[in-house]
Design a protein. Sequence first.
Length: 344
Amino acid sequence: MKASVQSRPIRLGFVALSDSAPIIMAQELGLYAKYGLHVELSREVGWATIRDKIIYGELEAAHAPAGLVVAASCGLGSIQVECLTGLVFNLNGNAVTLSQELWKKGVRDGMTLRRAITHGDDFLTLGVVHTYSAHNLLLRQWLRTYRIEPDRDVRIVVVPPAQVHANLKAGHLDGYCVGEPWNSLAVLSKTGWSVATSEEIAPRHPEKVLMVRSDYAKQFAGEHLLLIAALREACGFCARPENRERIMETLAQLEFVGVSIQALRMSMAGTYDYGNGRIEKHSNFHLFAGEGVNEPSGDKAIWIIRNLLASGVVKDPTLIPEDRAADWFRADLFEEAGRLAKPD
């Protein structure tokens, strides 16, 4: 299929997170130009902004939590607009971080957190970055593993990713589930420590995707496929360990993620620093490419649908029917874009 003649730039949104790396590196490596695309990157505050700008046509495409495609398509938390993804950027990549104050009170894991909640006087407030993102689902799953009931035993609130660390530091949050580098910043500042990674809670869960409106994918089909092809190549670059230093140097720039290379390195160099002296090997903390990683397969969509229901975030299964999974996660577009790959 030939690309549509591009009469305007593709406005591509992202949020300041380590897993925005493919979008940013595609620009730094000249991959958009390689595929004949004119792309303008737009750094956004959080996922509600990303969703609204996609819905109202202020962005053509965006880095987004996988659950946002389902939520927007079903009118959950917004007007209903059919959206889809033809590319999964990454699997895993999140962690649950708790305050250093809880550590001082003897909290070391979920069991001791439950004890602190049961016997403590304070009602804990935990942050997630969006109601329909994996972070909310993962946090709720982790809490229930230790018989802590979300919305009864703790308060869960939505806070944009770049603001969770500041709110933890100010004492407005007792913990949160977020992507990197916002867990590592809490560890570096000694205001928090990570109690669990998303790889431990739900291995290989779908995390961020390339989100577009379905009508954009239809009207600008060739352009959309070339964008997927460029970003698919960028995902492969980000997956290779020998490229991580360059990636971290780029992400550290103010216009992208804008944090120290040290904070980025804590999760991107093959280990993960939980804080308080615990450092472990985590070569799969960020999975940007590899077998089954980038394909927007039906099983990834169904993971989101079933976990939205299991978590209690969505109570009515008719609102998010599983038979729509293939409409939202388009493996056919991923495969078609793969045929447009341009070897160096």
